[in-house]
Design a protein around this ligand. Structure first.
Ligand code: RB5
Length: 150
């Protein structure tokens, strides 16, 4: 799978370890920064990863900041993005099966790297179940359309 990844300065160390983990599993990773642990602002990285997913450059995206919250909020502003903030593998899996999430976000201050890898693995393995869940996702998309087209 082609996976884009982004972080702020707080998520920088986790990002490097997650990239190694993904590459070991045979995935292709597009690293959209940050490229150092120097203090920065998370919205630009949430936006960059979101755009890479919506454009089709990446199939899925992963975001890391201190809590996973700010960077996912930024990503979720991009129409078509369904980013989940997650600190457990169960939520990660269900967010794929029921919500067809296309971006996973977590906090490097919240989850240790081994738990983060488990969350990533369960999220990547999760298959969207469609059916009644598709109907609900369509309703979310309708909210976006109402807001952008009136
Ligand atoms: C940076 O201090 C921190 O606010 C950021 O990494 C993230 O946790 C925001 O949601």
């Amino acid at each position: 799978m082609i996976i884009s990844i982004g972080c702020d300065h707080v998520g920088f160390e986790h990002k490097a370890l997650v990239i190694s983990h993904l590459e070991q599993k045979g995935h292709q990773v597009i690293d959209l920064g940050a490229q150092s642990a120097e203090r920065t602002d998370y919205p630009q990285y949430g936006k960059a990863v979101a755009h890479s997913v919506i454009s089709g450059q990446a199939e899925r995206g992963i975001l890391i900041c201190g809590t996973g919250v700010g960077i996912s909020l930024a990503a979720n502003k991009v129409p078509g993005i369904r980013a989940v903030v997650c600190s457990d593998p169960y939520t990660a899996q269900l967010s794929r099966e029921h919500n067809n999430t296309n971006i996973l976000s977590f906090g490097s201050r919240v989850v240790g790297i081994e738990l983060a890898k488990m969350i990533v693995d369960r999220w990547l393995e999760g298959e969207f179940e469609g059916g009644r869940h598709q109907n609900r996702i369509d309703q979310i998309a309708d909210i976006e359309k109402e807001l952008t087209h009136g």
